[in-house]
Design a binder for this molecule. Structure first.
Ligand code: PLP
Length: 381
């Protein structure tokens, strides 16, 4: 059996090596390092894949979230609702822009933003909701878009973990994650489902005017060379990263299918076992061509209080695993606030003690999954 890795980017690279090496060499020889044709081509190809009008590439996922919020012209003091259970980048940019983060609890079965908690958190100052498609499954976008419409709020999707995931509305219409809200942000960090070989990110929107604004913000607020109309930033996807992404984008659906197959195997082996809750998946989402969950992470809940011991046991047996996330954002020094009440974060407070994410990548094989699940069952009996 091959050594088990949390993510296996080396094996993945071996399959696309020739193409990636050739296109990187082309970039090197053309010296079009910034804004070269690779970037423009990638942008077009991603717009087509997502069926979204505008993709604005930028330097990383955190910038993408920040620039999206800058483009919506949110003002200091505006309240932005997001989840207590996510990577810190989501709330970081809200705070950085001097907007007021309003953290809310998540749904215990999907780990995604709790709809009732959003409704409770809305005030006259609320301007936006940032749902995070955590671990690769879309938040309840139908309910979120309805709330947003009713209260005249922007919806900014944090699609860093959900790229390639589908979402189906009750009327049968299916859209890609990131193509549903007013604007979305994603990350091409190497371990993400669509990862480059360094940092990268992008913003998506169907709004022409917003897209124009965003294209200026990423480029020092310039719409005409050396005319700075708004305060911008310098946030670019470089051509080498775009070349890597162009090689990987046509494989994204295949990659996500492989992840889903690994998830099915994990669930088959662990389902119904005492003290283990396997991830909740929308009905039908495990069939071959159904992309409703793209398993950025495969995350279990361990309910007998022994999660940390299990982590140690798995590590001792050569099985890497992760705890995403071990501390609720409302308990982090940087984001603590007297506005918050512990009773409003019951689910997150519980999840941080129970969650464990297993190795998940495109090169996991059946032997490895069997070994991992056997070890988990050996420990939790
Ligand atoms: C990875 C991630 C980000 C940030 O992406 P970077 O490219 O690392 O800046 C933001 N939000 C979530 C949910 C993420 O997982």
């Amino acid at each position: 059996m091959r050594k088990i890795q949390m993510v296996d980017l080396q094996s993945q690279y071996s399959f696309i090596k020739e193409q990636v090496n050739n296109s990187i060499t082309e970039v090197l020889e053309s010296a079009a390092f910034i804004n070269g044709p690779e970037v423009q081509n990638f942008q077009k190809e991603l717009e087509e894949y997502l069926d979204v009008k505008h993709v604005i590439p930028c330097a990383n996922g955190t910038d993408a979230l920040q620039i999206a919020m800058m483009g919506l012209n949110l003002k200091p003091g505006d309240e932005v609702i997001t989840v207590d259970f996510t990577f810190a980048a989501t709330v970081e940019v809200i705070a950085l822009l001097q907007l007021t983060p309003v953290l809310v609890d998540v749904d215990p079965s999907t780990f995604n933003i709790d709809i009732e908690a959003i409704k409770k958190a809305i005030t006259p100052k609320t301007k936006a909701i940032v749902p995070v498609h955590l671990f690769g499954q879309c938040a309840n976008m139908e309910a979120i878009m309805e709330i947003a419409k009713e209260h005249n709020l922007y919806v900014i999707e944090d699609d860093a973990q959900g790229i390639g995931a589908d979402y189906t509305f009750s009327n049968g219409v299916t859209k890609k994650s990131g193509a549903i809200g007013h604007v979305a942000a994603t990350s091409f960090f190497p371990s993400k489902n669509l990862g480059c070989y360094g940092d990268g990110g992008a913003i998506f929107t169907n709004d022409d005017e917003l897209a124009h604004t965003l294209r200026g913000i990423v480029n020092h607020g310039m719409y005409e060379r050396y005319h700075h109309d708004v305060v911008g930033v310098n946030s670019r996807l470089d051509s080498i990263q775009a070349a890597v992404l162009r090689a990987k984008l046509p494989l994204l659906d295949t990659y996500n299918t492989k992840r889903r197959k690994a998830a099915v195997k994990y669930t088959e082996a662990l389902k119904g076992h005492n003290h283990i809750i396997t991830p909740a998946i929308t009905e039908g989402a495990l069939t071959e061509n159904n992309n409703h969950h793209v398993f950025h992470q495969y995350t279990l809940r361990i309910t007998n209080g022994k999660r940390d011991e299990l982590v140690k046991f798995l590590n001792e047996n050569g099985i890497p695993c992760g705890v995403y996330y071990p501390i609720p954002l409302h308990s982090q020094k940087a984001y603590m606030d007297s506005r918050y009440n512990e009773n409003d974060f019951k689910v997150t407070n519980q999840l941080v003690k129970e969650v464990i994410s297993l190795p998940m990548h495109t090169e996991l094989d059946d032997d490895q999954i069997l070994f991992i699940t056997d070890k988990i069952k050996e420990f939790i009996n």
